[in-house]
Design a protein around this ligand. Structure first.
Ligand SMILES: [Cu+2]
Ligand SMILES: [Zn+2]
Length: 192
């Protein structure tokens, strides 16, 4: 967890700038950020392969109700079978091994767990399942997070990481192995 501490300052600064940009970016954007009109809020994570991996994909985040986020998309280039996937704390996929994304997003703490477990990190999403051709369809609904850039459970400008192995839900990180792809969760409003 020392890594998270080291990276906290620059990431916090970047988040602050993004929020400021959102608030200054015009009436429509400011109103969406301030009021969190759920059905208008979408984000996208473009998954980029880490070094030695050929995993790619795109995940769309849609917050239809406040703090109910639907994540949908396709991931390709995987080994067949289950792969852990989580929201990680830093919106930074720059390092070749994906470690720049930091640890699991866990603003309320807790032990690592299954998505439906009583105790879990907020970013614990379970596993995706790749078919024989290495393709996984992702279609999950996550309660208790928001894609808004502000708030105590904001996953905006954080990252989503796909792992080489199955998440077995053991603490601290589910034994899910190397990071094979990483994507920053970016608001679609910021991309326009
Ligand atoms: Cu992870
Ligand atoms: Zn976790």
């Amino acid at each position: 967890m020392s890594f998270r501490t080291q990276s906290a300052t620059p990431v916090a600064a970047r988040r602050g700038r993004l929020v400021a940009a959102a608030l200054l970016g015009g009436t429509a954007v400011a109103s969406l950020v301030a009021h969190g009109h759920g059905n208008m809020m979408t984000s996208t994570a473009v998954l980029v392969a880490t070094s030695g991996s050929s995993v790619s994909g795109t995940l769309k985040f849609h917050e239809a109700q406040d703090r109910v986020v639907h994540i949908r998309g396709t991931v390709e280039g995987l080994a067949p079978g289950k792969h852990g996937f989580h929201i990680h704390v830093n919106g930074n996929c720059d390092s070749p091994d994906g470690m720049s994304a930091g640890g699991h997003y866990a603003p309320a703490g807790g032990r690592h767990g299954a998505p439906d477990a009583k105790e879990r990190h907020m970013g614990d999403l379970g596993n995706i399942v790749a078919d024989a051709s290495g393709r996984a369809e992702v279609d999950v609904t996550v309660q208790g997070i928001t894609i808004a850039l502000m708030g105590t459970a904001s996953v905006g400008d954080r990252s989503i990481v796909i792992h080489a192995a199955e998440d077995d839900f053991s603490d601290p990180a589910g034994n899910s192995g190397a990071r094979v792809a990483c994507g920053v969760i970016e608001s679609d409003m910021m991309r326009m």
